[in-house]
Design a protein around this ligand. Structure first.
Ligand SMILES: N[C@@H](CCC(=O)N[C@@H](CS)C(=O)NCC(=O)O)C(=O)O
Length: 228
C-alpha cells in the first residue's frame, strides 16, 4: 500500500493517522506541493483532481481523504472500533466526516490555509464562516456530551477534525470561546500522543509558513491566484 501525502496537508495527515492507528504497513510518498509535484501528468493519472492525498492499494487508486479513511476502516478495522459497524454509530461517523469536508475544514482551509499559500486575504466573512463551523462542532459535542467527534470512542472522524483544528493552533487562533472543541482537541493530544505527533509535524510547517509565506511565484496554478 502507498500513500501519496503532503507533509503539511490536513487531509493527508488524517490518512497517516488512520494508517498508524490501524498499524498498517505502507510506503509514504512525499509529494512536494511547493514544487507542484501534484500537477504533473503522472500525478494527474493517479488523481485527476490533482489533489493530495492519494491511496494506492493493488488495483485501487483514489484520492479524497474521507473515502480513504472509510476504506482503511472497512478493510483493516475488522473489530469495528475506529469505524463502527452498527448502522447508527457508523452514520454519526460518516456525518462528522461529511461535516468536516463540506463545512468545518472547508472554512478553515479558506480562511487559514489559502491566504498562506496563495494571493487571498483573510476577510471578516471568512472569519465568520470559520467561527460558524466551530459553533456547530461545539453544538455536536455538547448535544451528545461526547468525548470524541462521533461519540465516546475514538473513530476515523476524529482524525480529519483534529488535523483541521490543528491549522487554527498553527496561526495561534485560540479555541477559548469553544470549550468543548478545545477539550476534545486537548484530550486527543493527551490520549494519542503518537497520532498527535503526525499532526504536530504539519502544524510546525504551517506555523512557519504563516510567518514566512512560501514563494510559489513559479507555479502556474489553474485556479488559485499566485502571489508575485
Ligand atoms: N477533498 C480532498 C481535498 C484534498 C486537498 O485539498 N489537498 C490539498 C493539499 S492539503 C491539495 O492537494 N491542493 C491542491 C492545490 O491546491 O493545488 C481530500 O479530502 O482529500
Amino acid at each position: 500500500m502507498k500513500l501519496y501525502s503532503v507533509s503539511d496537508g490536513p487531509p493527508s495527515l488524517a490518512c497517516r493517522q488512520a494508517l498508524k492507528a490501524l498499524k498498517i504497513d505502507y510506503e509514504l510518498i512525499d509529494v512536494d506541493f511547493g514544487k507542484g509535484e501534484h500537477m504533473t501528468k503522472e500525478y494527474e493519472e493517479l488523481n485527476p483532481q490533482k489533489e493530495i492525498p492519494v491511496l494506492v492499494d493493488d488495483d485501487l487508486t483514489m484520492g479524497e481523504s474521507n473515502a480513504i479513511l472509510q476504506y482503511l476502516g472497512d478493510k483493516y478495522d475488522t473489530a469495528g472500533k475506529l469505524y463502527p459497524k452498527d448502522p447508527k454509530s457508523r452514520a454519526i461517523v460518516n456525518h462528522r466526516l461529511c461535516f468536516n469536508l463540506a463545512l468545518y475544514y472547508r472554512n478553515i482551509s479558506e480562511y487559514v490555509m489559502a491566504p498562506i499559500f496563495f494571493d487571498y486575504q483573510r476577510t471578516p466573512l471568512g472569519l465568520k464562516k470559520m467561527k460558524m463551523g466551530l459553533d456547530i462542532f461545539e453544538t455536536y459535542l455538547k448535544r451528545d456530551n461526547s468525548t470524541y467527534a462521533a461519540g465516546n470512542d475514538l473513530t476515523i472522524a476524529d482524525f480529519p477534525l483534529v488535523t483541521a483544528t490543528m491549522c487554527l493552533e498553527a496561526i495561534d487562533f485560540k479555541l477559548g470561546p469553544w470549550p468543548r472543541v478545545e477539550k476534545w482537541y486537548n484530550n486527543f493530544k493527551t490520549k494519542y500522543p503518537d497520532l498527535w505527533e503526525i499532526a504536530a509535524g504539519g502544524m510546525r510547517e504551517i506555523s512557519h509558513f504563516e510567518k514566512n509565506p512560501p514563494d510559489l511565484s513559479h507555479m502556474d496554478h489553474p485556479i488559485h491566484p499566485v502571489r508575485k
